[in-house]
Each structure stands twice: as structure tokens, then as C-alpha cells.
Design a protein around this ligand. Structure first.
Ligand SMILES: NC(=O)c1ccc[n+]([C@@H]2O[C@H](COP(=O)([O-])OP(=O)(O)OC[C@H]3O[C@@H](n4cnc5c(N)ncnc54)[C@H](OP(=O)(O)O)[C@@H]3O)[C@@H](O)[C@H]2O)c1
Length: 298
């Protein structure tokens, strides 16, 4: 494994982390505790120390599975979670975002994660007009003072221009940015990365496999069940266009014999602004494969 410093936090994190939206049930699988235990045992064996989760991957369900899995070695992990959504059934979420809501969510996350402190507490896809609300900021800074949160971060929305929020990170005590970045989605190269480098903001590149499409295992015309996020949220036409682009990338850019998912992860890590990637995983084989992508970095 390779480790980098996550911006101003000073924390040394593995360049490949574990993304855990999958554990919440929206990817068509209900996870058993044993599967999650195995995933983190394997991740640790591979040298991974960074976990990204959220309050709304299930109703604190992903957090709870992680909390159980790492209860015995909590201090060995850099644990990132988020706030600002509430999971409901059938892929629906509400957006509790008052200061009182955040106080409650933080306590719920600490309880689910079975920890006294969250390493990185991230705004979860908030809008430009709400993200810098003074009363929410006050609650977060108090949580830092109380030792319940070590660092604040901003996980910006996947659509729209992130420039405004990114440029104001430091001013609002945010030490890390989480943003969609992959071979199909290169906007941060224009909107975010230079600012992050100037302000020494650590970058967690999320969705590095373009929701698994950059693994190369799906072909145009592939259809997912409506009980998983790619079937529910991704438009067939858009997906087919992405998958056609993936085919071209594989032909033109991926060296013969390379595992495309590993290539896609190493591709993200080549940008100097990117601290780490957080591919979502479903099993131990994916953890091992993703960790081994560091061998393709040069
Ligand atoms: N707003 C936010 O803050 C936000 C939004 C989205 C995601 N996130 C975070 O970012 C993480 C990553 O994003 P994501 O999970 O949506 O997308 P992703 O990492 O691009 O793709 C994950 C999917 O890729 C496939 N995969 C993973 N490793 C693989 C491997 N080695 N070989 C082949 N296929 C592999 C798996 O699906 P299949 O095997 O079924 O193909 C997995 O479910 C999330 O888990 C979450 O922690 C945050």
C-alpha cells in the first residue's frame, strides 16, 4: 500500500480506501455482519486504513456494520462519515439540515459506529445556499472542541459546478473535499483540483470506477435490476453512452493484460491533487483487487 497525507489534517491515509454505500442495501444485496467483518479484515491485511460511509447508507446501517467490524481495532482506522440526509424506504431520502438535526445525527453516527470520535465528518451533498449556514457550522465547531469530530470535510454534489464550495473550504474549517472523479467524469480537473492544491485540501475521489462501469465487465445494453441503485437511478440511455465510452477507453488506453478496474483506480491516483480513492466494495476479492491497483501507479 501507499500512504499520503490528507491535506491539512496531517493524517496518513492509504491511497485506496473502502467505500461502503453498498452496505446500506441500495445495491441489491443485504449484507451479513460476517461479510463486512471479512471485508475489513482483508482491507487491513492489504494496508488499507481509510473508510468512507454515511448516515444514509441504510438508516445508519452501513455505519453500524462498520462499527461492529472495527470495534476491536478502531484506532487503526481513519473513519469518515457524513451528515445531512435521512434514509427512508425505497431509495427515498429526506434532508434534515437544521443545527438540531445535525446534533442528533452526530450522536446517532457515533453510536452506530461505536466510537467516541469521527475522524472526518463531511457535509453530504449540500447546496450552495445552505452549506455555510452559521448555526450548523457552530454545532460542528463545538463538536470538534468536544473531541467528537477530528476534522470537517465537504462531500460535494455530483452535479453542478463545485467551484464556489471548494474555494470556501478553508475559510469554513474544512480540511478535505470528497468529489466524483473518474476517467468518465473529469470535471474536478477544471473546477476543484487547483484550488485544493492551493489550499492544501485533501481530496477523496469518489465513484472511481464510475459505479462499476469502469471495471469493463458491463457492455452497452446491460440492464440492472430496479432494486439496485444503477437500475433505479441511472437512465438507460446515459448508461449505454458511458458503457460505449468505456469500450473505447479499454481499446485505446488500457494496456493489454491489465485489469481495467485496477487501471481505472490507478488513473485517478495519478492526478497530484488526489489524495485517495474510495471504491465501493461488495466482497473481499474486490478489496484485494482495488488495493493491488497501487502496483500500477508510476
Ligand atoms: N454524495 C456522496 O457523498 C457519495 C455519493 C456516492 C458515493 N459515495 C462514496 O463513494 C464510494 C464509491 O462510490 P460508488 O460505490 O458509488 O461507486 P464506485 O466505487 O465507482 O463503484 C463501486 C462498484 O464497483 C464494483 N467494483 C468494486 N470493486 C471492483 C473490482 N475490483 N472489480 C470489478 N468491479 C468492482 C462493484 O459493483 P458490481 O460488482 O456490482 O459491479 C461496486 O459496487 C461509495 O461507496 C461511498 O462511500 C459518496
Amino acid at each position: 500500500m501507499i500512504y499520503r497525507t490528507l491535506g491539512k489534517t496531517g493524517a496518513k491515509v492509504s491511497v485506496v480506501g473502502v467505500g461502503t454505500w453498498q452496505f446500506g442495501g441500495e445495491w441489491g444485496i443485504d449484507f451479513e455482519q460476517k461479510t463486512v467483518d471479512d471485508i475489513f479484515r482483508t482491507a487491513k491485511e492489504c494496508g488499507i486504513n481509510l473508510i468512507d460511509t454515511a448516515e444514509c447508507y441504510g438508516d445508519h446501517l452501513s455505519e453500524s456494520l462498520i462499527g461492529n467490524a472495527i470495534a476491536g481495532d478502531r484506532d487503526d482506522w481513519f473513519l469518515a462519515t457524513k451528515f445531512g440526509h435521512h434514509f427512508c424506504e425505497n431509495f427515498e431520502r429526506t434532508e434534515p439540515r437544521t443545527a438540531a438535526d445535525i446534533v442528533k445525527q452526530l450522536e446517532d453516527s457515533l453510536r452506530a459506529l461505536k466510537t467516541d470520535v469521527i475522524d472526518l465528518y463531511q457535509y453530504h451533498s449540500w447546496g450552495d445556499d445552505e452549506v455555510f449556514a452559521d448555526d450548523v457550522q457552530a454545532v460542528l465547531l463545538k463538536a470538534k472542541d468536544q473531541g467528537k469530530v477530528r476534522f470537517l470535510g465537504n462531500s460535494v454534489r455530483s452535479k453542478g459546478d463545485a467551484t464556489n464550495q471548494v474555494s470556501r473550504c478553508s475559510e469554513h474549517s474544512m480540511d478535505a473535499l470528497q468529489i466524483v472523479y473518474n476517467r468518465l467524469r473529469r470535471e474536478p480537473e477544471e473546477t476543484a483540483f487547483e484550488i485544493c492544491q492551493q489550499q492544501n485540501i485533501g481530496v477523496l475521489a469518489r465513484v472511481p470506477l464510475a459505479s462499476g462501469y469502469l471495471s469493463g465487465k458491463y457492455k452497452p445494453g446491460h440492464r440492472f435490476d430496479g432494486n439496485e441503485v444503477r437500475g433505479k437511478w441511472h437512465d438507460n440511455e446515459q448508461r449505454d453512452a458511458w458503457l460505449a465510452e468505456v469500450e473505447l477507453i479499454r481499446k485505446d488506453e488500457v494496456p493489454d493484460g491489465f485489469n481495467m478496474a485496477q487501471w481505472a483506480i490507478a488513473w485517478c491516483l495519478r492526478h497530484p491533487a488526489v489524495t485517495c480513492v474510495i471504491p465501493g466494495v461488495k466482497n473481499t476479492d474486490q478489496v484485494r483487487s482495488n488495493a493491488a491497483a497501487v502496483e500500477l501507479m508510476n
